[in-house]
Design a protein around this ligand. Sequence first.
Ligand code: SAM
Length: 511
Amino acid sequence: MTPATLVPRLRTDLAAAHFSVPGLTGLWGMEADAALRRNQRVPAQRALATLAVKLARNEPAATLARLFLFGDAVPRADLDAALPTLGAAGAERLGLVAAVDALVRPLVDLRPYSFIDAHGAGSWWIVSDLGELALGHPLGETHVLGIGGASRTLSGLMMPRAVERALDIGTGCGIQAMHASRHAEHVVATDISVRALELAALNAELNQIDNIEFRFGSLFEPVAGERFDHIISNPPFVITPRAEGVPSYEYRDGGMVGDALVEAVVRGAANHLTPGGVVQLLGNWEYHGETDAFERLERWLTPGALDAWIIEREVQAPGEYAETWIRDGGTRPGPDFDRLYNAWLNDFEARGVGRVGFGYLLLRLPDAASTRGTAPGLRRLERLPDALGHNPAGLGAHLAECLAAHDWQAATDDARLLRTKLTVASDVTEERHYWPGQQDPTLMTLHQGGGFGRSLPLDTALAGLVGACDGELAVGAIIGALAQLLDADEPALTAELLPKVRALFVDGFLK
Ligand SMILES: C[S@@+](CC[C@H](N)C(=O)[O-])C[C@H]1O[C@@H](n2cnc3c(N)ncnc32)[C@H](O)[C@@H]1O
């Protein structure tokens, strides 16, 4: 068995074992699946034990799940049977397992991952470090993260536009770079963890992705002087006290004070984007004293250099924030937990941090050759704390459409907009409430089913306009008819409605 054949053999064996998301659900059922999502493995373990008794043998996928998902040692013979072309010996050579007498124990987490994006459905196998569930103790500081909630959030936000060059900063197990490889010709993936880069390269090879180049180094250092059409980063944004005895996890905290690492990515982006290029990242930001965090975010953006659309999804008080991240590191309530809790609160108090925001950042280097001309750039900072719309393939395509809509309307004067025929998007519905017995509604609301699931109140004129946008009549003709119907002054109605039409167009209610 030559080293070059090890990964192809692993791939062949995993596929033959049906080691896939539906394959595993088929072994243990939906309820055990739901329990696993809550980090509870007992129902799945019991289902596998029952299955083994019933079949009087171990299914290959069951052996692989016990080993790589639950962290159990399994008989070497079982692994030989589950990976018939690689064998336990090959798995040892790949650093996936270690032998202990007649048993093998896992050295990594290896699991199937399935997704839907703008290019369709896909599934991969992802190798990362063993999680807290398998280890039975808190994570090490150099832990390489598997796919978590934040990873899925960012990959779902990734705009799927075809580009030449993409950059993933802080690639970890490589998941964002792998997603980017679906729309970029070439991807550079960086990390300060050698182990992360090794695992990410293994994942790319295992899943036959050959357009990712891996580079070691911090933030933009490995790409000095280079520019990219799309930069993606799920950076280590967790705010961590720089105090004695507080663990500094490579995977979630970049070793800087407060939110300085997110600031560094934002400030560095303009020098590494091609004209029209976009950076998308997740971040935390601090609220200092009475100052709105958005004021600080505005200061991070070089005036005029970058278009910015920043969405704050959540805000946490210091205590809540500390609890979230101490638990995430695997520390349970007790004296150590309290010690860390105090360290977090001391840090926030000392630096005057009253709250911490979490959200999505989308920044773009304006393209001088684009349609934008002298139109104002995009500078949108908003709070969207509620549930998002239904987006099975993620929000990336919606973000791209919203950006394009912004650019179009920014370059379109009112006269041209009045001549434009618009259509209500297919996911838009209108809700009306009536006082009992009344014919006229007391409340009208427009709802978006996909995208950000936005809702907005309607008045009679706007409801009439939206309702008439069927692609047949120009906006100006609709407003003219409404002015007659409502006995309103047409220029005044036009002035009132056009900004609303622009906003509805940018948010994807009107197309
Ligand atoms: C939150 S993890 C994200 C992993 C993966 N991209 C994902 O989305 O799941 C952050 C990654 O950034 C890396 N990292 C930490 N500090 C860094 C730095 N200064 N420059 C580049 N990467 C860094 C960590 O090693 C870790 O792999």
